[in-house]
Design a protein around this ligand. Sequence first.
Ligand code: SF4
Length: 197
Amino acid sequence: MRVMLHACCGPCLLEPYDQLAAAHEVRVVYANPNIHPLAEYERRRDTLLEYARARGIETDVLPYRPQDWDAAVHGLEAASPSRCRACFRLRLGMAARHAAAKGFDAVATTLTVSPYQDLELICSAGQEACAAEGVEFLVTDFRDRYPAAVRRSRELGMYRQNFCGCRYSAIEAAETRELRRVERAGRRPQPEGRARS
Ligand code: SF4
């Protein structure tokens, strides 16, 4: 089977690619207009491309149009599961269109290696996106490979981001880190001291 693998970043590519490439012809597509700001998008992209080049992995980069992401999540900005589903739907829709245009049979995504992502949301968005383009969505669950992905990406010295990608996730991750810091210090968090306005 010819599989177009949507990749969110270099560290998440490692294990899913190796597993899929053992059984399929795999090409990678970087389609992530959710990532903010541009410098972060470029850093993740370049980390991915550097690894792909070293391994001889064929990779396509789709145009960065953050305005498409803004439109996709419009009205859902504060609603995390709904926002994330719209985000997955957009990115996997881009990958599905690209797969169909290139004559691929199926789409898979590296998003399912992360224990921090919602597997059901990813799969339902992926199935919807692929059905619209007439390609198959390959349901995967690579989460058991996450420790190996972390270990390998550290060994390779890859850039490892500490938030999912969009500007809201950057705020949410910073809030979570602050809460953990306060908890570690044995103090209760002060609401007025939180990052979000
Ligand atoms: S948290 Fe991640 S999956 Fe959810 S909307 Fe933001 S970038 Fe997309």
